[in-house]
Design a protein around this ligand. Structure first.
Ligand SMILES: C[S@@+](CC[C@H](N)C(=O)[O-])C[C@H]1O[C@@H](n2cnc3c(N)ncnc32)[C@H](O)[C@@H]1O
Length: 230
């Protein structure tokens, strides 16, 4: 199961109105997601004209904000979510702990009561993929000998933080497509007990040794159980 299928399943079962994707890049995911109102935020879109034409209906029904997520939340969000709150958000912009957590906090301010926030890239499978780099180029410079450059960053720490310090949230990670973190208001399955200082010091070795517990990692099929609770 991939991110598009997960998002579309949640969107259709729940009947969401407003979908926000932070970090869009190409048409790969955003234009294939179904929702009545779609918002795209990215400082550097790369959607080709022929793909815009191919996904014409989805494209014209969407709004594109060519800016960073911080600028979107600073200058646009309050106006956009004034009448209708945000229902589903997919955070896939700058893959750092700091930025992904800030994106979460900003989304949460506008999230509807039953809203869901998802994070991409929560389950890196190597120390290189988990490097807190600022771009794929930065990754290449940090690991010049590596052959492939999967870049998930340290987004996983946002999941550890939510599971440690937010008893009002249900948080789990689907074990597919580099790890899809899923968060909504509700009772946690269980909690971790790390402080902010301890989370800062966690390393990829800690994640590797505690993957299932840190992320509350679930088989992708757990999505079926999750959507039944809407
Ligand atoms: C991995 S790609 C997104 C992929 C897309 N969501 C998908 O599923 O195919 C990451 C994107 O995040 C964008 N990005 C980087 N920094 C960002 C920021 N501060 N705010 C929003 N987007 C950002 C990059 O320009 C890039 O296009």
């Amino acid at each position: 199961m991939n991110r598009k299928e997960i998002i579309n399943r949640i969107n259709s079962v729940w009947g969401v109105e407003t979908y926000l994707e932070i970090g869009v890049q190409t048409e790969k995911n955003f234009l294939k997601v179904s929702a009545p109102k779609k918002l795209a935020v990215d400082p550097a879109f790369k959607i080709k004209l022929k793909r815009k034409i191919w996904y014409f209906l989805s494209y014209i029904k969407s709004r594109f904000f060519e800016m960073t997520s911080d600028d979107f939340f600073k200058n646009q969000a309050s106006n956009i979510f004034k009448e209708k709150p945000l229902d589903v958000a997919f955070i896939d912009g700058l893959h750092t702990y700091d930025q992904s957590f800030r994106d979460f906090e900003n989304c949460f301010k506008y999230l509807s009561q039953n809203g869901v926030v998802m994070f991409h890239d929560c389950n890196p499978d190597s120390v290189e993929a988990a490097a807190p780099a600022f771009s794929p180029q930065d990754m290449k410079e940090k690991f010049p000998k590596k052959e492939t450059y999967e870049w998930n960053g340290d987004v996983w720490k946002s999941i550890v933080r939510l599971r440690s310090l937010h008893p009002e949230l249900e948080v789990f990670t689907l074990d597919c497509d580099y790890g899809i973190g899923v968060v909504r208001r509700g009772k946690p399955h269980d909690m971790l007990s790390y402080s902010l200082e301890e989370i800062d010091k966690l390393t990829y070795a800690d994640l590797k040794a505690n993957r299932k517990r840190f992320l509350n990692l679930k088989e992708a099929s757990y999505l079926n159980e999750f959507v039944e609770t809407f």
